[in-house]
Design a protein around this ligand. Structure first.
Ligand code: PNS
Length: 165
């Protein structure tokens, strides 16, 4: 039987416990999960593509059926190139809904073979976002409840407020 492959796309700038929760739950639903850090040349990322990919790899190292990649281009085309049957997205508050709905319909139009599957975020991650994590870290706050512990050092190295002499 064909393997059921699903794509978990995102900016992952940086990966949070909210992302990891969605990836972990998706990994129990499909044979293989490809987590892909999308590259948009019009977007200013805090972390380089390599850093984003490395942080995802470290965070998902314990999940056997997860691989990590990066891609610049249309998600619908990437999904096709991987023979994926699904795109997994996490839904937080209502504010995510309209944009996610629009992307799901666009991706369905571009690649009718692939279904977008929404997983509701776990309650504790309802308001968690990469930008919030970065803001807290850059102001010297504690982000250890928000990101996988294996990447805490990578984030702080880049974002901790520098102490001036
Ligand atoms: O983590 P994010 O920033 O919410 O992820 C958004 C992402 C990268 C999944 C989305 O912007 C995307 O799929 N980009 C690829 C470009 C594309 O396929 N655009 C057409 C469909 S809307």
């Amino acid at each position: 039987m064909n393997k059921r492959i699903a794509i978990c796309p995102g900016s992952f700038d940086c990966i949070t416990l909210g992302h990891l929760d969605i990836i972990t739950r998706a990994s129990a639903m499909f044979d293989e999960i490809v987590v892909v850090a999308m590259v948009n040349s019009n977007k200013n990322y805090t972390f380089t593509t390599e850093e984003r990919v490395n942080m995802i790899k470290k965070s998902t190292a314990d999940i056997k059926n997860v691989t990590v990649d990066s891609y610049e281009g249309l998600l619908a085309e990437y999904a096709q190139s991987k023979n994926a049957c699904a795109i997994i997205k996490g839904l937080r508050a209502m504010s995510d809904f309209e944009y996610e709905f629009q992307m799901a319909l666009t991706n369905k139009k571009l690649n009718p073979q692939v279904e977008t599957v929404f997983l509701t975020t776990s309650a504790q991650n309802m308001y968690l976002s990469s930008s919030m994590v970065k803001q807290i870290a850059s102001m010297g706050g504690d982000i250890s409840d928000f990101v996988p512990s294996v990447i805490l050092g990578d984030i702080l190295k880049k974002l901790s407020p520098k102490t001036s002499l």
